[in-house]
Design a protein around this ligand. Structure first.
Ligand code: SF4
Length: 266
């Protein structure tokens, strides 16, 4: 059976992660830490023996490997070693208060080296159930928008500012954004798109740290962490306000021009 270079890369990345975990645990053991509670190192002035700490380290390393394998096998949006490393770092995340209420963590989906990336606000009910961003009605509209631009959905990368569903679809709160945004930044750095399209008021204002209304920000190029960013309306807003689709299409045409895509005759 032939094994692709991508599979080799993934295997090498898994080996690297395991080696790092092993080295980290050995260092903790040597530093006198005998066990890990909830991800927090506990001092072992009370640890009783080297064998105890060694078995704890082994168990934790096994859990890390199991978690990594689960990510490799089942998670969406991890199609490169760099993205897999971000997902592995995220783990079974409980860094903010959205974690306990989720059904599935919604990491991202799409081409791991896409030239075009879309960023929304956070998962809704459908996304929470399926573990994939933009799969409900708004997602279906986003897919149409992507296809109208001359791409297939799987050719772009899609993610959200926060990866767990806010209860009742409320806006994510500042502490939740602060906990989760570093992972979005890492995803963008991993994918290295030419253009990010920020969807809706919340994503735009959060990414740009600019409270200007979306109606005034849309359609104007901005910079996010060295990547060109185009603000436009969220597909859910467009479903509620169909006449605004024309302005959103103007924004997307600017993106197409930037990426060398020819707008279809409409
Ligand atoms: S929203 Fe982000 S930071 Fe908060 S629990 Fe989910 S993955 Fe972790």
């Amino acid at each position: 059976m032939q094994v692709s270079e991508g599979a080799h890369e993934t295997t090498r990345e898994l080996e690297r992660i395991r080696a790092e975990a092993r080295a980290h645990l050995e260092w903790l053991r040597d530093a006198g830490v005998g066990e890990i509670e909830g991800g927090r190192a506990v001092s072992t002035s009370t640890a009783t023996s080297t064998s105890t700490s060694t078995s704890t380290a082994t168990a934790t390393a096994t859990a890390t490997a199991a978690s990594t394998a689960a990510v490799t096998n089942g998670e969406k949006g991890c199609g490169s070693p760099a993205l897999l490393a971000v997902r592995t770092e995220l783990g079974d995340c409980a860094r903010c208060k959205l974690g306990p209420g989720r059904t599935k963590l919604v990491f991202g989906v799409g081409n791991p080296s896409a030239e075009l990336m879309f960023v929304g606000e956070g998962p809704g009910a459908d996304e929470d159930q399926q573990g994939e961003p933009f799969v409900g009605k708004a997602g279906q509209l986003l897919t149409k928008m992507i296809e109208a631009m001359g791409y297939r959905r799987e050719e772009v990368y899609i993610a959200n500012v926060v990866k767990c569903r806010p209860p009742g679809n409320r806006d994510p709160e500042p502490d939740e954004i602060a906990a989760c945004e570093p992972f979005l930044k890492a995803q963008i750095a991993a994918v290295r798109p030419k253009v990010v399209v920020a969807l809706g008021r919340f994503a735009v204002q959060t990414l740009l740290r600019d409270p200007t209304p979306i109606t005034k920000q849309r359609g104007r190029w901005r910079d996010y962490e060295g990547v060109k960013l185009m603000p436009t309306f969220h597909p859910a807003y467009l479903l509620r306000n169909p006449p605004e689709k024309a302005r959103a299409w103007q924004d997307l045409q600017l993106v197409m021009k930037e990426l060398g895509k020819v707008p279809p005759v409409r």
